[in-house]
Design a protein. Structure first.
Length: 142
């Protein structure tokens, strides 16, 4: 699977751990930055991942900032994007099954690395249910 990932300064350390984990699982990773802990503007990095999803350069995306809130808000402004802020495994599973989310957002100041990797694994491994009710609901805002 091809995963596009980006972060802001608040998510930099966790992004590195997620990338290492994804590589160990054999995924192809597109790292769209940022490249350190110096303050930066998260919408720029959110846009790079949404572009990869909409241009079909990546199958799914991951965005990480301090809380995950800013990244999810920025990503969801883009047509075709269904970004889900997840801080637990249940939400990661449900958002793929029910909402066919194509970007996972997380807060590095909210979840630790161990839980973050479990959330990532669940998000990547869970398929969309393709149930009519979910397709109908998604089409109402897509």
């Amino acid at each position: 699977m091809i995963i596009s990932i980006a972060c802001d300064h608040g998510g930099y350390e966790l992004k590195l751990e997620v990338i290492e984990h994804l590589n160990s699982l054999g995924h192809t990773v597109i790292d769209n930055g940022c490249e350190g802990t110096a303050s930066c503007d998260y919408p720029i990095y959110a846009k790079s991942v949404t572009d990869d999803i909409n241009e079909k350069k990546a199958d799914l995306g991951i965005l990480i900032c301090g809380t995950g809130i800013g990244m999810s808000m920025a990503a969801n402004k883009v047509e075709g994007i269904r970004a889900a802020l997840c801080h637990d495994v249940f939400s990661a599973k449900a958002t793929r099954e029910h909402n066919n989310a194509n970007i996972l957002c997380m807060g590095a100041r909210v979840v630790g690395p161990g839980l973050a990797l479990m959330i990532v694994d669940t998000f990547l491994e869970t398929p969309f249910s393709n149930e009519e009710r979910h397709i109908r609901r998604i089409s109402m805002y897509s």
